[in-house]
Design a protein around this ligand. Sequence first.
Ligand code: CU
Length: 393
Amino acid sequence: MSKAKSFAKILTLGLCLCPCLAEAAEFCDDNYYINVTLDNQTRWDMCWEHRGLTGISLHHVFYTPPRGPRLLVLYRAELAQVHVPYDDNGIRYHDITDYGFGRSSMLPLATADCPKGQLLNFYDKTVICQTTQSRGEAYRFGSETKQGQALSLFSVSQIGSYSYIPRWTFADDGSMEFAVGATGALQRILPDDQMQRPGWNIGYDRVGVSHLHNFFWRLDFDLGGQGNKDYVEQIDFVPQAAKLTRQTTVFTKEAASNVSPELARTWLVTSSALKNAKQQAMGYEIQLNQSGQRDEGPDLEPFTKHDFYVTKEKSCELYASHNISTLDEGDECADNLAEFVNDEVITGEDIVVWPTVSFYHMPRAEDMPNMDAHWSSIRLVPMNWHTQNPLTR
Ligand SMILES: [Cu+2]
């Protein structure tokens, strides 16, 4: 279904007077529809797809707070690259485009993999574990407290020796966490000889070669179903004498930016069309909290130079790197994020944001024979989506 058609459908359904319970299969077949109401009556519903390269992609992600309207948050969300350059420059993997997280890479899940959950099938393969999990205290004030819950979805893709676990979490306060766990076994183990290999001796006279995992998500926000009303603000807190002053930059053109812990920098995707009951503009904050490790690779990898990108939505700009390798001959599309950002005006356009996070993996003895799952994640947090904490009365 085209995006324009989907909007028309949302608008039509928005007018229906029934409680709109017949939303199943609105944007996908019932088999690929997830519709969960958590204990405190927060509801998340969305469609999912199995794709050869991105693995599990989500689309039409709707959030309904306990006492609020059902609104579209994300038109599409997917993992858009896992880039793994090794310190010795022996190899630089682009796992999503060069191997793909779907098809034979995607492992079938067993019932034991998904305790108290539900396995979702892509034809006869169990590919997603869907669970509802406690997330501990949602809030506390003195002795008044409420337990929180979240919907969690994960799949597993085997790429070489690595087992990756993309995980999507949707909490009862409207926040989301998108994460990837990396486990399996070390991909590259070399003799600890006179070569001064960059890495760590993991025993057996061998070195586990150090490397980075650079994760890129492609998030097409369409807040309230009106994609061309979304805009991105960068918020900095600038030291001036003993004070911090807020400085807001609205991106009017495609842009790339970096985490800046010294400025407490953050980004908001805000809708010019959506206001809460207090007339505040509604949006989502994109938090890149894991900024302790970063990769700025060589010039041949310009897409690593920044941590956050915003681009005009284009159906042929799907992957953060090696994008061109996925295109049919004759398609005139760019190769990577650095080229996607080419000064196009984004005001009034449908936009895509590309949050990225890096994990520097220095091997250790405990990585043998199998590594613990090490997690990299981003958080998306409602900003004036409600007029108060949605879980308090
Ligand atoms: Cu690793």
